[in-house]
Design a protein around this ligand. Structure first.
Ligand code: ATP
Length: 257
């Protein structure tokens, strides 16, 4: 494994921003800030973040609690708008979108995976996957079944969440996120609620999806997970402090925590 630390690697986040189409980055942030509240209650969650994520990259965002990781994920995913700066993702200038256009972007371009799976308990695994895909007009049974198969759960489509392990539920949540074929998969602590073995299973699925060409950004506290990424972005106090490139990412089976 080769690490390129410090300034040279941080320069990675620059690059030509003019191109559209094939060479356009999956995500490009320039001077992005997010401030919550007003006056004495003001919190500067992001303080001028520059970041580029290329198509097909697997990027892990690491940082201590409160450093702004989830805020950054939410801004990239269109869950909340930046207070200032430019956000381009999926070929769109997200910072310029109104509420409705941001909702459409979130629905059509981004797949989300959360720490606590958020499956609907009264629906089967397959129904959970279809439910979200249907919102984008891509909810046919075959596509949803194929998504379940791609996370190794082809046989579990008729099971309810309570009949599945935590790792399996998270894999259903990943299938749900990818069934609509998003350009970008955003994961917030995807292994945070899982033990080592089931967590590895989830990482394995994410790595497979990435090898098939999906762009993935995963937020975590867990330093070990960084080993599977192409690049690791470290944050502190709302700023990117370091970007590390890994020439040969580890496989999910090689990481331990
Ligand atoms: N809706 C909100 N209103 C006010 N402050 C917020 C809000 N969301 C986040 N913050 C604050 O912004 C800062 C960054 O929070 P954020 O959740 O992005 O950090 P994080 O790195 O993801 O932390 P953790 O690892 O604990 O989830 C924190 O100080 C947090 O308290």
């Amino acid at each position: 494994m080769r690490h390129e630390r410090g300034r040279a690697a941080v320069r990675d986040t620059g690059g030509d921003t003019s191109g559209e189409g094939g060479d356009a980055p999956a995500v490009l942030l320039r001077g992005v800030g997010k401030t919550y509240g007003k006056g004495v209650a003001e919190v500067h969650a992001l303080r001028g973040v520059d970041l580029e994520i290329r198509r097909g990259e697997f990027v892990v965002l690491l940082g201590p609690s409160g450093s702004g990781k989830t805020t950054l994920l939410n801004v990239i995913g269109g869950i909340e708008p930046a207070s200032f700066g430019d956000v381009t993702a999926g070929g769109r200038d997200i910072s310029a979108l109104g509420e409705d256009a941001r909702t459409a972007y979130r629905r059509d371009v981004v797949g989300f995976v959360f720490q606590f799976f958020n499956l609907v308990p009264s629906l089967t695994a397959l129904e959970n996957v279809r439910l979200v895909a249907e919102l984008t007009g891509r909810g046919d049974r075959e596509r949803s079944a194929a998504a379940l198969e791609s996370v190794g759960l082809a046989e579990r489509g008729a099971h309810f969440p309570a009949q599945l392990s935590g790792g399996e539920q998270q894999r259903v949540a990943i299938a749900r996120a990818i069934a609509k074929e998003p350009e970008l998969l955003l994961c917030d602590e995807p292994t945070g609620a899982l033990d080592l073995e089931t967590g590895r299973g989830v990482l394995r699925v994410l790595q497979d999806l990435n090898r098939q060409g999906r762009t993935i950004l995963a937020v975590t506290h867990n330093e070990a997970i960084a080993a599977v990424a192409h690049r690791v972005v470290r944050m502190r106090s709302g700023r990117v402090t370091e970007v590390t490139t890994t020439a040969e990412p580890a496989t999910a089976d090689e990481v331990t925590w």
